[in-house]
Ligand binder design. Structure first.
Ligand code: 8YV
Length: 338
């Protein structure tokens, strides 16, 4: 009897031609429409799967794998993996993989775009114009804050943080400071034109602060009222990492009281729901978690996730190639992982 092919579950529609690469190795249970799977539904899908390809929408933890005796690999489409309980997966010898590197430059582009949009009030200006409020050119319309020659602060100096640092230093003549739990080797600091400072100094010195650090229980609400109070009232805050890093009510307080000039948020604690206080503010740029959303990069992410699943389940021409396993030290306040 021929050996039964492993079964894999693909939790969301990705690119059909890329997901088709799974067909030659596996029985594929794919998903044709964007679906909000409940934890119980995720558990049911995993129950008879050997592997799964999931996105940030699906949490996979101890409860979801409790009745999944065959599960051997979970390939996350994304570099952030706070949706996976890596310890629970490891305890069951289930390989967990993510998609670093392929999204670095695209996500750094987006971080910089958001920083500029907040500093120069771009989306606010567009809304104002579309609302028909531009009736006369005036000298002081929508005065913003400079980006060039200012101090860029980066919190979490992984690959994406380094990409933002290079953009700031080389493209905009910015002084770049960063904070990371551990200081980076000299060579990386030199390449990024960035200097390590402690968190307090970073908050006080940055004209534009960008969050690019991993989210975990240890970093939840790292940017709270006390942290925001240390920032310059002329500063901007950009978050392209995970919404839970910021206490959104404290941010709304600071923005509405003029204690912070502007913010740009691509991620939200309860996404896709957005704190209504943020929606009501004019000095915050809001985008729907699209940091890595260029066509080329999303295709590269899907391809890498497929390759990871094939490799982790030991199939196909790449059988035995190492997948991209999630790093061994999965948590930590400001460890570079992105
Ligand atoms: C992904 C992201 O689109 O990579 C990440 O961590 O946040 C995004 O780039 C998302 O994870 C899709 O699952």
């Amino acid at each position: 009897m021929p050996e039964a092919r492993p079964r894999v579950w693909v939790s969301q529609p990705l690119f059909g031609d890329i997901i088709a690469g799974l067909d030659e190795h596996f029985e594929v249970d794919d998903t044709r429409e964007v679906t909000a799977w409940s934890p119980a539904q995720v558990a049911r899908k995993l129950a008879d799967a050997d592997g799964a390809l999931v996105t940030l929408n699906e949490r996979v933890g101890a409860a979801e794998i409790a009745d999944a005796p065959r599960l051997r690999a979970v390939a996350n489409v994304g570099v952030g993996y706070d949706n996976l309980d890596v310890a629970a997966l490891r305890a069951r010898d289930i390989v967990a993989t993510n998609t670093p590197d392929v999204l670095t430059e695209t996500t750094a582009d987006m971080g910089f775009a958001l920083l500029m949009a907040a500093a120069r009030r771009i989306t606010e200006g567009e809304r104002w114009l579309r609302d028909g409020r531009w009736t006369q050119w005036s000298f002081d319309t929508l005065l913003g804050h400079d980006v060039h020659s200012t101090t860029l602060g980066i919190l979490g100096m992984g690959r994406i943080g380094q990409g933002i640092a290079r953009r700031g230093a080389l493209g905009f003549g910015m002084r770049v400071l960063y904070h990371n739990r551990s200081r980076l080797p000299d060579r990386i600091e030199r390449n990024s034109r960035a200097a390590w400072v402690d968190l307090d100094t970073l908050l006080r010195a940055a004209d534009h602060l960008v969050l690019v650090l991993p989210y975990s229980a240890a970093t939840r609400h790292l940017i709270d009222a006390a942290a925001l109070a240390k920032m310059k009232p002329t500063a901007t805050l950009t978050n392209i990492a995970r919404g839970g890093l910021v206490d959104e009510d404290a941010l709304a307080d600071a923005l509405s009281a003029g204690r912070l000039a502007a913010a740009a948020l691509d991620v939200f604690e309860g996404e896709p729901a957005v704190n209504p206080r943020l929606l009501a503010l004019r000095n915050v740029v809001l985008t729907p978690h699209v940091g890595s959303a260029s066509l080329a990069t999303r295709r590269a992410m899907a391809t890498l996730a497929v390759d990871n699943l094939v490799a982790a389940l030991g199939r196909g021409p790449r059988a035995g190639d190492p997948p991209t396993p999630i790093a061994a030290t999965a948590t930590g306040a400001t460890t570079a992982k992105r």
